[in-house]
Write a protein that binds this ligand. Structure first.
Ligand code: ASP
Length: 441
């Protein structure tokens, strides 16, 4: 059994968080590979080390004294070192790094140091071998990861040292220069390491006990999703749920490695498991039918009417969609009737050109009417257990109807894992609340 673990910034924010990580790692001997982020915020008004490093870079670039920022960074690592009783001379490592900086220092190099310093301390604390990410995570010149080379190098290092700590977020270009992933990219490093090593599970340790069924800003204390498939996750994150980035799940998904989202501050909570399929469904999930609810506001609908549209509909639809493509407006849904169809799209994608677009469409030959409705929200009700089960959409519509919420659009794909409804923006939060209440029991 091999577990690859990634700890996020809040799990490494200070020495007491480091201590929790150590306890978690030591409680299971299969936790052999640990990927760390840079220390994050200790409280809401604190700074992330990565932000301070980007700030340092800006100071250097504009010739502003950065000693204040530097001492904040140094102090944080010094506290961790002292609190954990470590001997790595992190102060000198930081001083040497900063002494070598000048206007030509690449921003990616500086940004990557947060993870590097973290990993140096964590390796000593756990008694694991420190392995620098530049020694295994290889980028190509086009910015893509060279999977073959990276896998080979990581496997070699793993068999040499067995228990390793490696920094997240960055790797090496063919020139040897450092390149970072987008922000939050340690998740990607963790997933790549888990995939390359063929881990049994990729544990992603953060500060929430898994993925929530619904946005906690809309529903107070929502339930955690115990198990979710990659497909469901994609539907939920596409519709605005803040879950793992797609690049993160891709490497583990293709190798069928389960992802387990866990909470460093509540290690006994089993969190959320994400995987391709679940053969044995949990009883509570089977009874609940839905996995999660997510939604996005601010869509518009353009409806096109033409009497006896009939068989001409396909041609007209194609022409209309071409206009949307010209305006670079992404189309979300196309609900249709006999002599009409509607195009649902994000309002922000058209901006002030909406009148121009309407004008162009209304000039289409034979169109009787063309209307624009704004202020629509789309809500996705997602669940693998909904598929092929009778009465779920009925329950959704009944719940919304009983709460006097008008449904503007309805959509369900044939795989039946997602039912999407459009409601007015002013009903958005209430619709999510009543749907959650009716399904989440
Ligand atoms: N430290 C980096 C960031 O703050 C990467 C990460 O934590 O995943 O974005």
């Amino acid at each position: 059994m091999l577990k690859v673990l990634k700890f996020g910034g809040s799990s490494l924010a200070d020495s007491s968080q480091f201590a929790k990580v150590k306890e978690i790692v030591e409680s299971d001997s299969s936790r052999e590979v640990v990927i760390v982020s840079a220390p994050g915020k200790r409280s809401s008004d604190d700074n992330k080390i990565t932000d301070l490093l980007y700030l340092t870079h800006a100071h250097i670039r504009y010739g502003v004294d950065y000693n204040g920022v530097l001492s904040m960074i140094k102090k944080r690592y010094a506290e961790i070192k002292k609190g954990c009783g470590l001997s790595t001379d992190i102060e000198s490592i930081i001083d040497e790094t900063f002494a070598a900086l000048d206007k030509k220092t690449p921003v990616d190099y500086l940004a990557s140091r947060g993870e590097y310093f973290s990993a140096r301390l964590m390796a000593e604390y756990l008694g694991y071998q420190f392995v620098d990410a530049v020694d295994w995570l290889c980028f190509e010149y086009n910015g893509k990861v060279n999977a073959e080379k990276s896998e080979e190098k990581l496997r070699e290092l793993k068999s040499k040292y067995n228990r390793i700590v490696t920094p997240g977020f960055y790797g090496a270009m063919p020139s040897g220069d450092i390149r970072v992933f987008p922000r939050g990219g340690s998740d990607i490093t963790g997933a790549l390491a888990a995939a390359y090593l063929g881990a049994d599970v990729y544990e992603n340790w953060t500060d929430v006990s898994g993925i929530l069924m619904v946005d906690p800003r809309i529903v107070k204390d929502p339930k955690t999703i115990a198990r979710v498939t990659f497909d469901e996750l994609r539907e939920l994150s596409y519709m605005g749920a803040s879950v793992l980035h797609e690049d993160t799940v891709f490497p583990v998904r293709i190798r069928d490695i389960p992802v387990n989202i866990r909470n460093t501050n509540e290690p006994d909570n089993p969190g959320t498991i994400i995987r391709e399929h679940f053969e044995d469904e949990l009883e509570e999930e089977t009874e609940r039918f839905i996995t999660g609810i997510a939604g996005k506001r601010n869509f518009s609908i353009i409806s096109i009417y033409k009497s006896r549209m009939g068989e001409e509909k396909l041609g007209l639809l194609r022409q209309v969609l071409e206009v949307f493509a010209q305006y670079e407006v992404p189309v979300e849904q196309i609900p249709s009737g006999v002599d009409s169809f509607s195009v649902v799209f994000p309002s922000g994608s058209i901006g002030s050109r909406k009148h121009e677009l309407m004008q162009e469409l209304s000039e289409f030959e034979g169109i009787d009417n063309c209307t624009l409705t704004e202020g629509v929200s789309l809500i996705a009700i997602v669940g693998r257990q909904m598929a092929y089960r009778i009465g779920i959409s009925g329950k959704i519509f009944k719940t919304l109807g009983e709460n006097k919420i008008n449904i503007r659009t309805i959509e369900q794909c044939a795989d039946e894992i997602n039912i999407m409804v459009g409601v007015y923006d002013e009903d958005f939060e209430r619709a999510i609340r009543v749907l959650y209440e009716s399904f989440a029991k």
